[in-house]
Design a protein around this ligand. Structure first.
Ligand code: ADP
Ligand code: MG
Length: 429
């Protein structure tokens, strides 16, 4: 009984230590009645217990955090951090064993096949802490992986999160990152079932492995496009690329920082962070920043298309429609023709580029990170495609046609071949 009691005290004390970020190694010894020995000055803990040992119940813990001890990853340690993450995760029925064992155990629905994809996000390669606040970075880290499952017509289900973290990164950064990650997970019904955690001697590295499921006959591959199919795209193109251009050109720095500061985010170089305050202003720059920093994976649209059997091939637009449709074309053994005057552009994109002497079509064609869906469909299904996506509340635009011969071209309204003119962007320098 005494042992059980000690274990209870120890367990509760560990939880306190994890959550306060104050202590890493905890001694389980009990001496001098019911006081726990502590690292000097770190954390004080006292358990008060009723006198009869055989009816011992743990009643209270009194603790005091020494203000000289900072909350840091170093104090928390790898296992403290994993526990801190695990404490925030809730598991659906499909997760039989989640975080905490050597491997997760999950149940795939009967008749379904497993879809798996992995992505890495490297600091200063895929993101900059100066621009990506941790909350939105957490959301985006999962969103881009969910987008891959959606692009196959799959139902995203489970994710593994591996983090290589610079030891000096503030704990608040990881907390806000996880808040964003788990919020995206909840929105898209994805369960975090494990991962790996280690320290990094360079920047932050985030690696997400995602798994989803789908009936074999509903999975949509890149290889199914047929000559004369229509080429479609959801949403608008080029917003994220324009947002990135604006940030690179210093246009993000003039934005107010209210919401980011008030949410207590730290660890990012806040002076140049774009604001979250007016994301709904569709004509403004913040809309473009949100498209870059907080992309929304088109899960419901992709699932609706897959379930209706409408998409012959599908991909998510992460590298620009020219390159991404190019993958469909290559794997389907076809070509394609994309019309410039059909490219869907947002109000913000048009407004923010209206003063340029040369319209930056190249951003809409070749700019990355829109995470829209590009898919092909039989031309007899045009109305069905529009109806299907209308039900999901997602805009869809027919941008071109699949050709029999290889090669993907973009054409001007007069039918002449478009040659990219990137000089337009010198004006943002
Ligand atoms: P092992 O040494 O067997 O690889 P770890 O100590 O790395 O185990 O991980 C312990 C448990 O915590 C495992 O279930 C693992 O999947 C999970 N885990 C580790 N890091 C993370 C993380 N960043 N996010 C979610 N789960 C994690
Ligand atoms: Mg491990």
């Amino acid at each position: 009984m005494l042992l059980l009691m000690c274990a209870q005290i120890y367990e509760n004390w560990q939880k306190l230590a994890y959550h306060s970020g104050c202590c890493n190694i905890i001694s389980p010894h009990i001496f001098n009645g019911f006081y726990l020995p502590l690292k000097p000055g770190a954390l004080q803990c006292k358990a008060s217990l009723p006198s009869a040992l055989n009816s011992v119940r743990f009643t209270s813990i009194v603790y005091r955090i020494d203000p000289t001890v900072t909350h840091s990853l170093a104090n928390l340690g790898e296992f403290g951090l994993i526990s801190r993450i695990a404490d925030r995760v809730s598991a659906p029925e499909s997760v039989i064993t989640g975080i905490g064992d050597d491997a997760a155990v999950t149940a795939i629905s009967p008749g379904m096949q497993l879809l798996t994809s992995t992505d890495m996000l490297l600091e200063d390669v895929h993101f900059r802490r100066a621009w990506h606040d941790p909350y939105r970075l957490g959301r985006k880290s999962l969103a881009v992986s969910i987008s891959d499952i959606a692009a196959m017509g799959g139902i995203p289900c489970w994710a593994l999160l591996s983090l290589a973290i610079p030891s000096m990164l503030p704990l608040d950064f990881i907390d806000d990152f996880m808040r964003g990650f788990l919020e995206m997970a909840a929105e898209k019904r994805v369960a975090l079932i494990g991962g790996d955690t280690c320290s990094s001697r360079t920047g932050l590295t985030v690696s997400v492995t995602i798994m989803g499921e789908q009936h074999p006959d509903r999975i949509v591959r890149r290889s199914g496009a047929m000559p004369d199919d229509d080429i479609w795209v959801t949403g608008t193109l080029g917003d994220a690329a324009l947002g990135l251009k604006l940030l690179e050109s210093g246009f993000g720095s003039a934005q107010p920082l209210d919401s980011i500061h008030s949410s207590g985010n730290t660890g990012a170089i806040n002076s140049s962070l774009p604001s979250r305050s007016s994301l709904s202003g569709v004509g403004g720059r913040d809309y473009l920043f949100s498209r870059l920093l907080d992309p929304v994976p088109r899960v419901s649209a992709a699932l609706a298309l897959a379930e209706a059997g409408l998409a012959t091939a599908m991909i998510d637009v992460s590298d620009g429609i020219l390159a991404d449709y190019g993958h469909i074309a290559e794997q389907s053994g076809v070509g394609g023709c994309i019309r410039l005057d059909c490219l869907p552009l947002s109000e913000s994109f048009c407004r923010q580029t209206e003063s340029l002497p040369i319209f930056p079509f190249h951003l809409a064609l070749s700019g990355g990170e829109d995470y829209e869906l590009c898919f092909t469909a039989d031309s007899s299904n045009r109305e069905k495609v529009v109806d299907c996506l209308k039900k999901c509340g997602i805009a869809v635009t027919r941008v071109g046609i699949v050709t029999r011969f290889s090669g993907v071209t973009a054409v001007n309204p007069d039918g002449s071949r478009y040659v990219a003119q990137k000089e337009g962007f010198n004006h943002f320098k």
